[in-house]
Design a protein around this ligand. Sequence first.
Ligand code: ADP
Length: 395
Amino acid sequence: MNDVILVVNAGSSSLKFQAHEIQGDKTLALILGGSLTGIGGSRPAFKVTDASGECLVNRQLEPAQAKDLGAAQEIMAGWLQERIPQPPIAVGHRIVHGGPKMSRAVLVTREILDYLDELVPLAPLHQQNNLAPVRVIFEHWPEIRQVACFDTAFHRTQSKVVERFALPQEYYDRGVRRYGFHGLSYQYIASRLREILPEVAAGRVITAHLGSGASACAMVNGVSQETTMGFTALDGLPMGTRPGRLDAGVVLWMLEQGMEHDEIQDLLYNGSGMKGLSGICNDMRTLLASNELSARLAVDYFTYRTAESIAGLCVATQGLDALVFTAGVGENSPEIRAQVCNHLEWMGIRLDPAANAANALTISQPDSRIGVYVVPTNEEQIIAQQTYDTLTGVL
Ligand code: ADP
């Protein structure tokens, strides 16, 4: 068997992984991909499929078996060791925050791990989980090389004006800047557009990554100019449980009302967005199917603010050639795409309703001034590629 690269994406309640084989021609081929979901919950599950989508594992787990991320990692490692006896040549990790220093993927050393640890307060719900498997592999398999691939790195091309807040220099120097996130997804979309729609890729493109987390990114020739998330993954578009853009005065008001830090943090990360607005849940499918007025309000807020942000991003690109929808909602919901595009009709967007309903690649009409596309994202593939490129760069 050829050398294998393992990709690990450890979140707060899920652990996703993929194995890619390095082919003779130095391209990567997916062998299998899996996930442990519902970690720490009452119905954890373990699923693996092969490259053709054939099911290899589909198991409900006892809550105790996947009580935390460590337990889930053991299940993943045990299964992988049986399935792929040779150790991976490297493991690529999704790391949400690379801070000001990381503008590309890097081979992880103890020093880098210490630096990434310092960034935990900037992504309180993500960074610690992302780093946990890095530490476990350092401990148990120190000979395996590990590569950190950052959600922030893609945006380090943005201008000084774009990455600043209107705060004194001191805060910028201490790291209070707009970093931006979902960079692995945007990099995948940029490279995929180069393959399938090269003339679109070379132009002014806004990609709307609409999933549980949501953001939009303005790119010119595949280079990030501006994005809606900022210092943390709270800013910008409304999301499943996060509010998106919020007047900082609201947080001051909450403090004045006596709310504690942890209570505010929990509200902003877990209790706001679609869940907070609807009072029902964070799942867009459920909200779209609901007759409740509050569900309608949440959907309307989401599509209005998404469109408004897309229009704002056009300043960074000085016009727009293409709008790309991706991630769970963006790839699968014709209704959300139609509502967002309705708000943008004045810009010259004309959707093709049949193509939109079919989740086709091109969903705009031929006479639409701006092309509209649906491109499924694949963050794990970009992590595998960045890991391979980092390895070959340092060898
Ligand atoms: P994550 O950020 O967790 O990776 P995803 O990109 O998987 O999130 O997106 C999850 C969201 O996508 C959920 O809100 C889910 O309801 C939504 N979604 C998935 N399929 C559809 C669909 N057919 N219509 C509307 N929303 C959908």
